[in-house]
Ligand binder design. Structure first.
Ligand code: BGC
Ligand code: BGC
Length: 603
């Protein structure tokens, strides 16, 4: 009886508390705001730029903070991130209107700045699954990990349709085919945002980079996409249409130009097409100091981009410089006072941002929910990662059905720089902006450990970088490929496997060893020579922390289902090569992927 009355009191209390919450009216809030407060909402500052001047978040009523790929917070565990988040968000309470700030981070393959997070395969690998269900699961797990640290906005998915794999961001793209990208991009948005954006496990997606980022000439990062409008619409627009239909409320403008005009200043595409034709109700955020690229004249650059339809500027330089947040705010204020930017445009931008904050439930739940902390790096999420990995592997060659290997083999030789290196497995955007080799992150399973976990106790597993210890008749798993890189540093003239990788495979083959090559890379590579010298080849992309998924395929716990999301060229001269080209003669076509005879897969 006593328990019943306690429960009843709790129930009544909850109802009355809920009844007190009045829905926030954007127009009413907008009316209360001064011009300065509105300009603050339109300003997003990078953590590095503001960490020694946190009071500026209050002084300027800043609307948003981001952590860039190189932001250094003191404690990069999930708890450390949650504390950092909470302490910054607390500052919003000190502003006049107490509007919560929105915090964004590049959670592009899991919550990849957090030590101990599950790192999921990069998008190119998810593209190889051709499976929206697994992409949605990955995004749900990512959202939970992000929310576990209090953060509520992920700068993902990247829906670039990559047409030239020289581009160093190829791995951030689901592939070369607009249909594949639109399907998986929408699944990713759904997974991040959940059934309702205000759910405790949902985060706001940020679809990027609008638009044409994967189509630049020679695959140059931040380059120029030369295409007529019909081509632009056919290749790059569908992913945005679908993402918006899936509920996306933020989109990031791209660094690239379209026929020589920078996207950050393209009114036709940002306003007429996106907000008009596509009826996008959310807000457009700029990319990292993207406004500055419009003109050496900063005032002119700000005017162009805000009038083109940019709603929030991403600003990463510390105060005092010509392009810093204080400068952005004073410049935009001048432009408004001179009527070069209308109040209507400002109100439109601010109400879009506020609407998203309200839809996210940010006004009600500002701080991290400690109960969600345990989601970060959870065993359940590692299982999702493992599943995504095994679905993403593409079997390119399997001479005499060498794969799957027997779990009870006497000896398995493991070699190559990628075999026991979690950093190489994860690639760029892992703890560091550019990623790095070695033990960058706690937790996870290297491919070598995964192999050891999979084979019988009696099987001898040897490991060396250079394949020493292998004898004629042995089977060797050789893990080769690219070293980590990210935007600006990943563009390549030559995508051949390194000489070391090629020599390793050749030496083993010359010894009479049966060679299974596993390629860790963010894109198709030029594998002439190596392909002939190996007995089996698997494209494993950048699988992330859950290397067990690779062993699952190699040893037949899972028969490969992955299919190429990008045409695999024979040589550099063929690039760009894309499905549907008039002349199309790749080494392996888009959609290619072998599997095992089913009986063997089950052994
Ligand atoms: C990248 C974006 C990223 C942003 C924030 C930019 O350089 O192009 O993809 O979201 O930085 O880190
Ligand atoms: C940041 C990245 C950003 C890049 C752009 C880096 O310092 O950490 O997040 O994308 O700069 O220039």
């Amino acid at each position: 009886m006593k328990l019943f009355s306690v429960l009843l009191t709790c129930f009544i209390l909850t109802i009355s508390l809920n009844a007190q919450k009045k829905p926030i009216n954007v127009d009413a809030l907008l009316k209360k705001m001064t011009l300065d407060e509105k300009l603050g909402q339109m300003t997003q500052i990078d953590y590095e730029a503001v960490k020694n001047h946190a009071d500026d978040l209050i002084k300027y009523s800043i609307g948003s903070v981001l952590w860039g790929g190189n932001s250094e917070i003191v404690n990069i565990t999930a708890q450390g991130w949650a504390d950092c988040y909470d302490s910054l968000q607390r500052l919003s309470e000190k502003t006049r209107l107490k509007i919560p700030m929105i915090f964004g981070i590049d959670a592009v393959h899991g919550h990849n700045n957090v030590d101990g997070a599950v790192i999921f395969p990069h998008n190119i690998a998810l593209g190889a699954t051709h499976n929206p269900a697994i992409v949605e699961k990955v995004a749900i797990a990512t959202a939970q990990e992000v929310k576990g640290t209090g953060i509520h906005w992920a700068f993902s998915p990247c829906v670039a349709v990559v047409r030239n794999e020289r581009w160093g961001r190829t791995y951030e793209s689901f592939g070369e085919d607009p249909e594949l990208v639109r399907m998986l991009g929408a699944a990713h948005v759904k997974g991040l945002q959940g059934a309702n954006l205000s759910d405790k496990n949902s985060v706001l997606a940020c679809v990027k980079h609008y638009m044409g980022d994967g189509g630049t000439t020679s695959g140059t990062d931040q380059g120029n996409t030369v295409a007529d409008e019909a081509t632009m619409r056919k290749l790059f627009l569908p992913a945005y249409t679908d993402a918006i239909n899936a509920g996306a409320l933020s989109i990031m403008a791209s660094y690239n130009s379209w026929n020589g005009i920078k996207m950050h200043g393209n009114k036709y595409l940002l306003t007429d097409v996106l907000k008009g034709e596509l009826k996008f109700q959310g807000f457009v955020v700029g990319d990292w100091n993207g406004i500055d690229q419009l003109s050496p004249n900063y005032k002119y650059a700000v005017e162009q981009s805000i009038n083109a339809g940019l709603d929030m500027a991403m600003i990463t330089t510390p105060r005092g410089s010509f392009n810093s947040y204080d400068k952005f705010i004073s410049t935009l204020k001048e432009l408004v006072n001179e009527k070069a930017v209308s109040m209507k445009r400002i109100d439109d931008a601010v109400s879009r941002i506020l609407k998203a904050k309200i839809a996210m439930g940010l006004f009600d739940q500002k701080y991290s929910d400690k109960a969600l902390l345990a989601e970060v790096g959870s065993p359940a999420h590692r299982e999702v990662g493992r599943d995504a990995v095994r679905q993403s592997l593409v079997l390119l060659k399997n001479e005499n059905n060498l794969l799957p290997l027997s779990k009870t083999a006497k000896k398995v030789v493991v070699a190559g720089k990628g075999a026991d290196d979690i950093g190489i497995q994860c690639g760029g955007w892992t703890i560091d902006w550019q990623g790095k080799s070695g033990k960058v992150i706690s937790g996870g399973t290297t491919i070598l450990s995964a192999i050891k976990n999979t084979v019988s106790k009696e099987t001898k597993v040897t490991f060396s970088l250079d394949g020493s210890g292998a004898d004629s008749g042995d089977v060797a798993i050789v893990v080769v490929g690219e070293l980590p890189y990210a935007e600006m540093f990943g563009d390549r003239e030559d995508l051949s496997l390194s000489m070391d990788d090629q020599t390793l495979v050749q030496n083993l083959s010359a010894k009479g060893v049966q060679v299974v090559v596993v390629i860790l890379s963010g894109r198709p590579m030029i594998i002439n020579g190596t392909l002939e010298k190996s007995n089996a080849v698997v494209a494993a992309w950048l699988p992330g922390t859950e290397g067990q998924g690779v062993a699952d395929v190699l040893f037949g716990n899972y028969a490969p289902t992955g299919k190429l999301p990008h045409s695999w060229p024979k040589n550099m001269k063929q690039i760009p090569i894309n499905v549907g080209d008039k002349e199309y003669d790749p080494l392996f076509p888009f959609g290619f992927g072998l599997t095992y005879p089913s009986a063997r897969a089950l052994k």
